[in-house]
Design a protein around this ligand. Sequence first.
Ligand code: ASP
Length: 362
Amino acid sequence: MDNRFRNRATTRRIHRSLYPLALAFGLSLVSASSHAQQWAIAIHGGAGESEWEHMDPATAAAYQRSLGIALAAGTAVLKRDGSSLDAVEAAVEVLEDDPLFNAGRGSAFAADGSNEMDAALMNGETLAAGSVAGIHFTRHPIALARAVMEHTPYVMMVGTGADDFSRAQGLEQQPPSFFFTEMRWQEFAKVLKDSGRKVPPRPAGAPPEPSTPQASLDQMPRPFAHRFGTVGAVARDSKGHLAAATSTGGMQGKLPGRVGDSPLIGAGTYASDRSCAVSGTGVGEYFIRLTLAREVCTLVEEGKTPQAAADQMIHLELPALKGGEGGVIVLSKQGPPVWSNNTLGIFHAQQIQGGEPRVWVK
Ligand code: ASP
C-alpha cells in the first residue's frame, strides 16, 4: 500500500480508537453541567390594586418580612441540594401559615362563611401533579396536594372526600377558627354588603365581633384591601428540575363549590422541564379559560423568552377577555425567574444561586 494511504489508515484507526474516549469526555461534560445547574426560586403573595395605591410603611414592612421568611424557607432547601418540589412546598407552607395572605390561615370566605381552600403542585421532571379543591381543615393545603400526587393514582381530589383523605394521611387538621382572621372577615363582609348579599354568622369558634366596631373599613390595616392574595412558588433545583405550587382561599364571597384556577393544572399551576414552571394569581375564571399557565410554557417551548411569553399572556390575552386581571411568576431551565402582572402590583420575591434575596412589595 502507498505509504500516504497507510498513514491515513493508521490515523483513522487512531482517531477511531479515540472516539470512546472523546464520547466519554463529552458525556461527562454534559452530565457535569446537568448536575451543576444554577438553582433559583421565586414566590408570590398575590396581585392587587388598592394596596399599592395606599401602601403605608408599616404594612410594606410586614409584607417584606413575610415574603423574606417564605423565600428563605425555599432557598434553604435548594442550598442543601434539595429538590425543587420540596423547595416550592416549603415556601408555600410558610405563606399558608401567614395571615397576611389568602391561603391556609387568612383564607378568603365562601358566601356561607366557610373557608374552602384550593392548592396544587407539579413536578416538572415527571409531570406528576397533585391538587385539592374545596377543603376545609388541612393546615397546609399544599401538603395535601402533594399527598394526592404521591399516595393516590389521582391528580385531583375535592371536598369532603379530600378532607377525609387528609385525615387518613395524618396531615394536621385545624378547626375553622384557626383559618379565621378578622381582617379577611371584614373584607368579606364588605364584599357581600356591596353586592347586596346577607353576611352569614361568624364561623364557630371565631372571636366575637370587635366591641369597638371599626369606624370605617378604610381604617382597617392595609392588607384588608388586598384583592387576591393567593400564594405560589416556582423553583429550579441544582439538577435543573423545575416545580410549581399554588395555594389559595379563592375569591371572597364565592359561592360554595366554586373552584378557581389555582388547583387546576395548566390554568394557575404548571411545570415541565421541557419549558417552564408557572404559578398565577388573579381572577381564576380567566386563567382557566386561557389555560394560562400551560400556554405560557407552550410559548417558551416554541422559543419565546419566559418574559415575552408571560407578557403575551398577561398583557394581551388576559385583558382581551374583559375582566382578566392578574399576574404570574415564571422560571425556565436557564436564567432568573421573571414575573408579569396587569394589576398595580404583585407581591413577590426571588433568589438565584450566588445572588441575594430580593423582595418586591412596592
Ligand atoms: N386565582 C385565585 C382564584 O381565582 C384568586 C387569587 O389569585 O387570589 O381562586
